[in-house]
Design a protein around this ligand. Structure first.
Ligand code: AVJ
Length: 370
């Protein structure tokens, strides 16, 4: 994963960036057929030293952890895209169907043809967002799409998917922001004064954080918006444990590969010597915390050279590293999160099977007085 030193910000494109991220983003960037990339913006991903400190810190916690954003190197992003097509992994198709069904309602609640700026955090494979953009276009709007992702690979896929999915429709300008939004977030300035913005945080990724970090993240989004701007949050909902369990323990073993691959990503950054094949994938749904926990569990006693992290990590047989939590919410807990982050909840939409929810909120003027 590319990590550079430039300070974060959307003006970074005017600077001369160096390093892998730049090469990776621009070296293979070709204009898509139907999507005109009007501006390519490069925001710095956190400095190498910060990443090393973060990895050191999380691996020395009890239990040991790795931040789940490290899943998304090129291979990890590709594996996650594969997960979204697995029969067991219900969230993506459930959310997509819900978005497709409710797109007109969502776009109309965001000013209809006045919706000019669609900003997606973790745009990944933006295939779910197509219905919102199509709807805005068909209402006579001219939306721009701002894709924010930590992965250059994912941003490339975003561009391809938009080109394919919006073929034959008016071009949608795409503004790409390569950034780690778990740390800082700076959105490009709005296109025109009074333009209506809609920020999206879909896929249930909000479930990767405990409440405090989730509220901090959503509050950072709120700070980048103006009062009245809209925010759409996708949340996995509490449902049958067997369905949740299957989604993270697929028969083809893709989720297990995705989990193990985080160690390759860490090795690339830290020059460490984790052996992915020395760990078992373990992903139980923990009812008490309404969350999936993904673990990598050492199959035998291990001594791992930590490379640039410094020293050796000793792990007992059966000891685990927690690589992800993926929370399940209720309508009440999802709306509480929005509200606590400076958004007034306006709409709640649920899939027919009640496994996935979308909450639409509007950025509030001031802080809430309790
Ligand atoms: C991309 C964070 C929403 O939590 O379900 C998929 C990641 N992990 N399978 C999720 C994931 C294991 C996914 N999110």
């Amino acid at each position: 994963m590319a990590r550079r030193n430039a300070p974060e910000g959307t003006r970074a494109a005017t600077r001369r960036p160096s390093g892998e991220a730049w090469r990776e983003l621009l070296g293979t960037a070709r204009p898509a057929r139907h999507v005109r990339p009007e501006a390519v913006t490069l925001s710095a991903i956190d400095a190498e030293e910060v990443a090393l400190a973060e990895l050191r810190d999380s691996l020395s916690r009890t239990p040991r952890e790795l931040p789940s954003k490290y899943f998304y190197d090129d291979r990890g992003s590709a594996l996650f895209e594969k997960i979204t097509t697995l029969p067991e992994y219900y969230p993506t198709r459930t959310e997509r169907a819900l978005l497709n069904a409710r797109a007109p309602e969502i776009v109309l609640a965001c000013g209809g043809s006045r919706l000019s700026d669609v900003v997606e955090l973790g745009s990944g494979a933006a295939s779910k967002t197509l219905s919102l953009l199509s709807t805005a276009l068909s209402l006579g709007g001219h939306p721009r799409y701002v894709a924010v992702d930590i992965s250059a690979h994912a941003l490339r896929r975003t561009r391809e998917l938009l080109a394919e999915g919006l073929a034959g429709q008016p071009p949608v300008p795409v503004h790409e922001v390569l950034a780690d939004y778990t740390r800082t977030l700076r959105l490009p300035p709005r296109i025109t004064v009074g333009a209506q913005r809609l920020a999206l945080f879909l896929g249930g990724t909000i479930g990767n954080d405990e409440d405090e970090a989730a509220i901090a993240l959503l509050s950072r989004v709120r700070e980048q918006l103006d009062p009245g701007d809209a925010f759409l949050l996708g949340a996995n909902l509490v449902c049958e444990p067997a369905a949740i369990h299957a989604a993270y323990n697929d028969a083809a073993g893709v989720t297990a590969q995705f989990n193990a691959n985080i160690l390759n990503a860490v090795n690339a950054i830290a020059k460490s010597a984790f052996d992915p094949s020395a760990f078992d994938h373990h992903a139980p749904y923990v009812v008490e915390h309404s969350r999936v926990e993904m673990w990598l569990v050492a199959r035998q006693v291990l001594e791992i050279d930590l490379g640039r992290l410094g020293g050796t990590l000793r792990m007992d047989k059966g000891e685990g590293i927690r690589t992800e939590i993926s929370r399940r919410f209720t309508r009440a807990s999802a709306l509480r999160l929005l509200d606590a982050s400076g958004f007034s909840p306006e709409h709640w939409m649920e899939s027919p099977d009640a496994r996935f929810g979308l909450a639409l909120g509007k950025a509030r003027t001031g802080l809430r007085s309790f």
